[in-house]
Design a protein around this ligand. Structure first.
Ligand SMILES: [Zn+2]
Length: 333
């Protein structure tokens, strides 16, 4: 039974005859709810599929499913093993991209720290692995192929289940001595009286305004039971923005609070990394029309940038930036 419908990009496949050797990259973007898998040829995505992550069960038992999905893709796209240049993995958490290991991860796929992914890749497809933090992969995707193209100083903030960040400074991806530079923007302290975060800190951007905690914040609010939010199947940014548009007072209050938190995070990122452009990605960008002008106005007003204004942009490749970025790392390492 094939439960993993593959989406083939027919135009690209027709224009990309196989057989020119060692040019196709297998990519996977491992997220908390979905694992995206794809085949990439430079800046073109040949084929994608998505499987449920079930991240609390760990990654080890998903490797066989990823493997068979990739092999189905290779077959459907008529790509031989000798045409594979490498595998690029985009992964949440703090990732040692040199030793190809995940060093620390926050409440999902906890077993990945002990997995030898290089060996799995080498045994399965006889090729090399590049692995990097997911926000860094998404940033590289936007920097090379999206809204960061043409800039040497770009910061990305992704807003979804958690909040991620990453920075390119003077044309180089910022990693730092312990691989955590730039990627902990979701754990900037926003509220010194805030709640404890999964990371151990108090009042992080994530504890104040991300999907994993926003439902708790809504339910603890005195107005919850008289709000439309109490009738939603799921309290997330989709339902909050929708109910706010319908005039629900609590949803409006939460929406306005969240964009204030993200604006404060954006100002912190600007002060930390001195970007020319700040790209915002993640699921909330379906409400980009509201969020981007709001954050632009706040950063214009409050960020200390005497040289000019940082451009706030919605990510161009919302669903594919991390896949393209992971592939770029394979081509460029
Ligand atoms: Zn935190």
């Amino acid at each position: 039974m094939n439960t993993r419908p593959l989406i083939l990009n027919e135009n690209v496949l027709q224009n990309s005859p196989s057989g020119d050797g060692g040019d196709v990259v297998i990519v996977t973007d491992i997220g908390g709810t979905k694992i995206k898998i794809g085949l990439v040829k430079h800046d073109k995505i040949l084929c994608t599929a998505s499987i449920d992550a079930e991240s609390s069960n760990g990654l080890k038992e998903k490797l066989k499913v990823i493997e068979s999905t990739v092999n189905d893709m290779l077959q459907q796209c008529s790509i031989n093993k000798n045409e594979i240049k490498g595998v690029g993995i985009s992964m949440p958490g703090i990732v040692d991209s040199k030793q190809k290991k995940v060093l620390s991860i926050d409440n999902k796929f906890n077993d990945v720290i002990d997995l030898n992914l290089s060996k799995w890749i080498s045994d399965t497809w006889q090729t090399k692995l590049e692995i990097e933090n997911d926000a860094r992969c998404a940033l590289i995707g936007e920097w090379q192929f999206g809204k960061g193209k043409g800039y040497d100083n770009v910061v990305l903030m992704t807003i979804g289940t958690g909040v991620g960040s990453s920075a390119v400074i003077e044309g180089k991806v910022l990693r730092g001595k312990h691989f955590q530079a730039g990627c902990l923007g979701g754990h900037f302290t926003i509220n010194i009286y805030g709640k404890k975060c999964n990371c151990g800190n108090i009042g992080c951007v994530e504890t104040e305004a991300s999907t994993w905690n926003i439902q708790n914040i809504a339910k603890e609010h005195a107005a919850y039971y008289s709000s439309r939010l109490s009738q939603q199947n799921k309290i997330d940014f989709e339902s909050i923005f929708r109910c706010a548009n319908e005039g629900d007072m609590l949803a409006k209050e939460l929406r306005n609070f969240c964009v204030d938190v993200w604006s404060a995070a954006a100002i912190n990122l600007i002060h930390a990394y001195d970007p020319e452009v700040l790209v915002i990605g993640g699921g909330v960008m379906s409400s980009a029309d509201f969020i981007i002008p709001f954050i632009q106005q706040k950063t214009d007003k409050y960020a200390w940038t005497p040289w000019g204004k940082v451009k706030i942009e919605a990510a161009e490749n919302i669903n594919t930036a991390a896949l393209l970025g992971a592939a770029w790392l394979v081509y460029n390492n």
